[in-house]
Design a protein around this ligand. Structure first.
Ligand code: GDP
Ligand code: ZN
Length: 461
């Protein structure tokens, strides 16, 4: 395939000391060569593929030095896009990056559309659609673990599973054709039904397993929505702060502070948390009243985990009790804070209310108990299963939807078989499942779907 040469900034703007500007296409190396000056005067057209070069970017007309850079030259097809690719590492400031970009554009490259690099990789056959989407997830991945899932998917784990399933379906359909074409067997009908039933159940089971990972995949990508609740002054904000300070805060494009809740992303022992302090701003308001407010309720409803904070040096009040009621049936960790102060709380009462929930005591003032809390968070959700398993997590909304539809088609098929429906109708359902699974990996997808997908990518990817 032939494409023009495109360029874009491939690193988030304003983040980090170094930025990368990427060029891809037939003229990528020529364009870079025209604006690059190495110490020995050696041009980029003479260098070996997959090498990196120190030098300066210059204005070709005037010879003016624009930037100090490192330039990677990579010839296709062993590149991300399978085209010739040049990556220019320059200083990360917006002004200098833009200058570099302008320079490249002035030499005839075109500004890439969002996701266009990945789209080329797809169109040039380097990656399939689920891998392309994984790249998008990778860009957005907020923790190492989420990164691994995205990487696994990129390496084609999901693709392989889907391909196997499609193969199963295809073979079943082929076998059924054979049965129909050679009706000398007297039990063709029964054989065919048995085959459909057996293979259908297998495929159904596999799709269900994949869908089961979907929820965990979502958590890994978006973070466990964790809401901190408690009466005023019990230490909610202190808890948020200590979790943020003891753990690497995750850089996010989502603003940290919304109108009346504070949100922070942290990585607690590999568990990504999206921490929400409901009483983040207006401390004076009565918390129970706040809990009654629509918005707080909505926040609670969305929560994957509740951190309910109590005051060790105060009575267990009816307000505390109402909080327990508000989070009934949810995953809750009870935190009894301010253990450095004299005890006033009735522990027996707390234990009774907490029932099966984990209870942790802390003194956030003296920095005690936070380890135990982190341990509790990690074990509550991951019980080691994520540590050991090399499960494939389905975390992409489009994949989940398609898997759901494919599952439905297979279930329809199984039902039809059980009702003794004619074979050709069962074949239709099987074929439908095959097509739907194909859409996940970009086989049998229409062009407009592809365009829509790639336009979601960040610029420069
Ligand atoms: P929030 O209203 O629930 O968010 O509570 P804050 O985190 O704002 O804390 C209220 C007050 O309690 C502040 O003065 C904190 O310094 C103090 N505080 C927080 N944790 C502890 C603790 O473990 N021990 C003591 N003695 N004071 C604490
Ligand atoms: Zn607070």
């Amino acid at each position: 395939m032939e494409f023009d040469t495109i360029t874009a900034i491939s690193t988030p703007l304003g983040e980090g000391a170094i930025a990368i500007v990427r060029i891809s296409g037939d003229e990528a190396i020529e364009i870079a060569d025209r604006i690059f000056k190495g110490p020995g005067g050696k041009g980029l057209l003479e260098v070996k593929s997959h090498t990196i070069h120190y030098g300066h970017l210059i204005q070709p007309k005037t010879g003016e030095i624009i930037e100090e850079v490192m330039v990677s030259v990579m010839m296709g097809p062993k590149t991300f896009t399978r085209e010739d690719v040049v990556e220019i590492n320059c200083h990360g400031g917006i002004v200098s990056v833009n200058r570099v970009l302008q320079l490249i554009l002035s030499q005839g490259a075109r500004l890439a559309e969002p996701g266009e690099f990945t789209k080329r990789a797809f169109l040039n056959g380097r990656i399939d659609l689920s891998q392309a989407e994984a790249v998008m997830d990778l860009i957005r991945a907020k923790t190492d673990k989420a990164m691994n899932v995205a990487l696994g998917q990129m390496e084609g784990r999901l693709s392989k599973l889907i391909q196997n399933l499609r193969q199963e379906i295809l073979q079943t359909l082929a076998q059924v054709e054979v049965n129909i074409d050679y009706p000398e067997y007297d039990d063709v009908e029964e054989m065919t039904h048995r085959l459909f039933l057996e293979k259908g159940s297998y495929v159904k089971n596999e799709i269900e397993k994949l869908l089961h990972t979907a929820q965990q995949g979502k958590i890994l990508r978006d973070g466990l929505a964790t809401v901190i609740i408690g009466r005023p002054n019990v230490g909610k904000s202190s808890l948020l702060n200590s979790l943020v300070h003891e753990n690497k805060a995750i850089v996010t494009d989502i603003p940290g502070t919304t109108r009346d809740v504070i949100e922070e992303y942290v990585n607690v022992r590999g568990v990504p948390l999206k921490l929400v302090d409901t009483a983040g701003i207006r401390e004076t308001e009565d918390i129970v009243e706040r809990i009654g407010v629509e918005r707080s309720r909505a926040v609670l409803k969305e929560a994957d985990l509740i951190l309910l904070v109590l005051n060790y040096s105060d009575d267990f009040t009816t307000e505390d009790e109402k909080l327990f009621q508000a989070v009934e049936g949810m995953d809750v960790i009870v935190i009894i804070n301010k253990t450095d102060l004299p005890q006033k709380i009735d522990m027996a009462k707390v234990k009774e209310k907490a029932a099966s929930h984990k209870v942790v005591t802390t003194s956030l003032l003296e920095d005690r108990g936070v380890d135990e809390l982190e341990e509790a968070i990690a074990s509550l959700f991951f019980e080691g299963s994520l540590e050991t398993g090399d499960l494939t997590y389905v975390s992409n909304a489009r994949h989940i939807a398609l898997l759901g539809q494919a599952l439905q088609a297979i279930e329809d098929a199984i039902e039809a078989i059980e009702m003794g429906t004619p074979v050709d109708l069962v074949q239709i359902d099987f074929t439908k499942a095959w097509e739907l699974l194909g859409e996940i990996i970009g086989e049998s997808v229409q062009d407009n779907l592809i365009n829509q997908l790639f336009s979601q990518f960040c610029l420069g990817k």
